[in-house]
Structures are given as C-alpha cells and as structure tokens.
Design a protein around this ligand. Structure first.
Ligand code: NAD
Length: 343
C-alpha cells in the first residue's frame, strides 16, 4: 500500500521474484501509469523492473486492496503543525486493509513512524477485528535506501525487523528473506521504529556540525573544506561536508518525530534541526550581500544563477530541498533575474 519512492521499488522487486503483488495507491495517475508498465518517479533501473513485472502479470496496481498473504504499508508520514508527526496516512491505509485481513496474514509497516505506531496500529486492527487477535503477525521494518540507488540497496542493505511479538518478528524475517540479501536483524517493533529515527537524527547532527563549522570558518577567514580535510587526517575524526542545509523526506523530517515525543530530552537533536534550517537563511544572507555589493560597484542589479534545485545531485526529489527554499526566498527579494536549472 503506497506506490511511491519506497513502495513501488519494493513492489517491483518482489514481483521480479515471481511473487504476485497487488500494489495499492490512492492516486489514480500512479495506478494508471504503473498498469501501463511505466513509472511516475525518477529512479535508475526501476522502469525496467516495473515493465517486466506488469508484462509478466506479477505486478498489478489498483485503488483498493484485496485479500493477500502479506500487507506492506509504505505511505507518507509527514509532519503537521509545529513539527508533530502526522500518522493519518498510515492509519487510513491500515483501515483500508482491515476488511481484507485473514487468519495467518502478515501486516508490515515500513513508513518511518514515531515510536509506538506499530503497537497503535495493532490496537486499531484488533479493535475493528477482534476475531484476528493472536491470529495475525504485525511487524515494523524501516527502509534505509539511498535515492538514486534504491533497487541495489533494497536488496543489499541490512534490515532491522521488529514485531509486536516474536512470532510476528519471525514471520517478517521469513518474508524479507525472499528478496533481501543483506542481513536481517531481529528486534521488537519499538526498537525498530526508534532505530530508523536514530539513523536519520545521527546524520542530521553530523551535518549540523559541518554546517556550523562552515559558518564559524567564514567568520574566522578559514577555508572550511581545507580545514575538514586536515582535521579528518586524525584517525578517529570524520567530518561531513557542509551544504546549504538538509533536505529530503527523511533526514529533514524524521528527527522531529523524536523531538515531538521527547521534548525535554532531545536537546541536541532539536538543535541540529535548527542549525541546519538556519544554514539556509545564512546562505540567503550571503547571496544578498554579494548581490548588493555587485549593484553598488556596477550600477545595475545582479543576475543570479541557481544551479541544482533538488536536495542532492542526480535525483528529482524536491521535498524539503533547501536549494528550492533559497530560490523562492531570493524571488521574494525581487532580484532582476534568477536563472534556474533543476539538475
Ligand atoms: N523516499 C525515501 O528515500 C525514503 C527512505 C526511507 C523511508 N521513507 C519513508 O517511507 C514512507 C513512504 O515514503 P515515500 O518517499 O515512498 O512517499 P511517496 O510520497 O513517494 O509515496 C507514498 C505513496 O502513498 C500513496 N498513498 C497515500 N495514502 C495512501 C493510502 N491510504 N493507500 C494507498 N496509497 C496511499 C500516495 O499516493 C503516494 O503515491 C515514508 O514514511 C517515508 O518517510 C522514505
């Protein structure tokens, strides 16, 4: 359920193992495109896999679920209001699946979710279907793929799998072993949920360190890239590259799921988010200063060229992209002309 950046490659990979997949999406364009053997997102090697699955009859897309052995949910988990996790899509997808669940089924949540979500979904399922108590398996298994390399990583990466009980964990391990070559690590649902959030918060904190360094170095008249290269000669130091902020649907979003639930405890995780958001404003300030200097010297407004709108190279994903935010802010400042280049 959910045929986006995660759900579609997963569905196509499973179908390529000659397992029948009934892919569900609420977006009719997504369903129609896939049923033509085509794809609606940019991801290397995905088109061939989807084309093969549809042509061979192993992959079918539809607007509604049907009876199946395994249900796998990969719908969005954005934030709402003041960075509070929004699990409405996950709950809606679960409600859509509930009438089709049968004894012996395995229900898996893959969407990045706040700690406790899988247990909440289990409660929801058993409230609606008390007949299934103890008769189905429910597990959480987060995704950790790199956009642009999803098909390769889906198969090769290790996976962390946590059920609501050990029977559920074992059932999910057995399912993933059909198409994942990486190691499958057993845990419980809460630890698996926290594991995904931890991975992205770790990346965010480390990027924030590099971003803060770049601001300090600018003030100190030091080349930050040279400094990082030199400091990383220390055998136990590895500093990431600074940039204009952090983008994408994961690293820029998931740490907030920890902050929302652990407001007093998650101080550094919150500060990393704020530092990475501030870096964008700092870059805008720098561009503005350079443009104003240009105008003073040349008696005409500067033309600003912005190259690369996605949050990293060679992908088409604009979600939470700091580059896009920078361009939109520059537009508000009414510079004479801004050139854009998407990739
Ligand atoms: N994109 C990534 O690189 C990545 C990596 C790891 C984890 N995740 C997580 O995976 C989840 C999915 O992310 P994504 O990037 O694939 O999102 P996406 O927006 O690309 O795709 C989600 C799809 O779900 C569909 N959908 C929404 N509600 C539905 C419902 N009730 N039933 C069926 N389909 C429904 C949408 O129409 C959309 O096509 C999120 O929780 C995200 O945080 C994403």
């Amino acid at each position: 359920m959910g045929l986006g950046y995660i759900g579609l490659p997963t569905a196509a990979l499973i179908a390529s193992k000659k397992i029948r997949v009934h892919g569900v999406d609420v977006n009719a364009h997504v369903v129609n495109t896939i049923n033509k053997g085509k794809i609606h997102i940019v991801e290397p090697d995905l088109d061939g896999l989807v084309h093969y699955g549809v042509q061979q009859g192993y992959l079918v897309a539809a607007a509604q679920p049907k009876k199946a052995d395994v249900f796998l949910v990969a719908v969005p988990t954005p934030f709402k209001g003041d960075h509070e996790p929004d699990t409405a899509f996950v709950e809606k997808a679960t409600m859509m699946a509930i009438p089709f669940l049968r004894e012996g089924n395995l229900f898996i949540l893959e969407s990045t979710s706040p700690v406790g979500t899988t247990e909440k979904l289990a409660k929801l399922i058993f409230k609606e279907r008390p007949d299934l108590k103890g008769k189905i398996s429910i597990a959480y298994c987060p995704e950790r793929v790199l956009p642009g390399s999803v098909i390769h990583e889906l198969q090769q990466n290790d996976r962390v799998i946590g059920g609501i009980d050990s029977k559920s964990t074992d059932a999910a391990i057995s399912f993933y072993s059909k198409f994942v070559k990486g190691e499958l690590h057993k845990t419980n649902a809460r630890t698996a949920e926290m594991c995904k959030l931890t991975e992205n918060a770790y990346r965010d904190v480390n990027i924030a360190f590099a971003n803060e360094l770049s601001i300090i170095c600018d003030k100190a008249g030091i080349q930050v890239n040279e400094l990082i290269e030199l400091a990383s000669k220390h055998p136990r130091v590895k500093i990431l590259k600074p940039g204009p902020g952090v983008g994408g649907h994961c690293i820029a979003v998931d740490p907030w799921f920890i902050v929302a639930d652990f407001k007093s405890e998650a101080r550094m995780i919150k500060q990393a988010r704020l530092t990475n958001i501030y870096k964008r404003e700092w870059v805008i300030g720098k561009i503005k200063m350079a443009a104003d200097d240009f105008k003073k010297k040349n008696k005409r407004a500067a033309v600003i060229a912005c190259m690369g709108l996605a949050y990293k190279p060679d992908i088409d994903d604009l979600r939470e992209s700091p580059a896009l935010e920078i361009v939109l802010d520059l537009k508000k400042l009414k510079y004479r002309e801004i050139f854009l280049s998407a990739m």
